[in-house]
Design a protein around this ligand. Structure first.
Ligand code: ZN
Length: 100
């Protein structure tokens, strides 16, 4: 989600209040300026790009964790591991036979 800045365009739009967060929010399908106080760089804490990036990072991590715990992926990983170990065993057996 890319956040846009409040930009009054219509006659009925209230002017930009520099004491408040500059984010444009939807209020009953009406665009208005965010009512929260400025936290940093003209944004409130919730609408600051850093906060949004952090929220996205956490969401991505959560999705990744779900994938990591998905039985289908766990099975695929286990089968891959078995194939890897079988190849390793074959390699070791070949070396063992050479030495013997
Ligand atoms: Zn805000």
């Amino acid at each position: 989600m890319m956040l846009s800045e409040y930009n009054p365009s219509g006659r009925s739009d209230s002017p930009v209040d520099s004491d408040r967060c500059k984010a444009s929010v939807l209020d009953h399908s009406w665009r208005r300026q965010c009512s929260r106080k400025v936290w940093r760089d003209g944004w409130c804490k919730q609408h600051h790009p850093d906060t949004i990036a952090e929220r996205r990072r956490i969401r991505d991590l959560r999705e990744k964790r779900q994938i990591d715990n998905d039985p289908r992926f766990l099975l695929a990983d286990a089968l891959e591991e078995i194939a890897r170990l079988k190849a390793r065993v074959a390699e070791l057996e070949a070396n063992h036979d050479k030495e013997a």
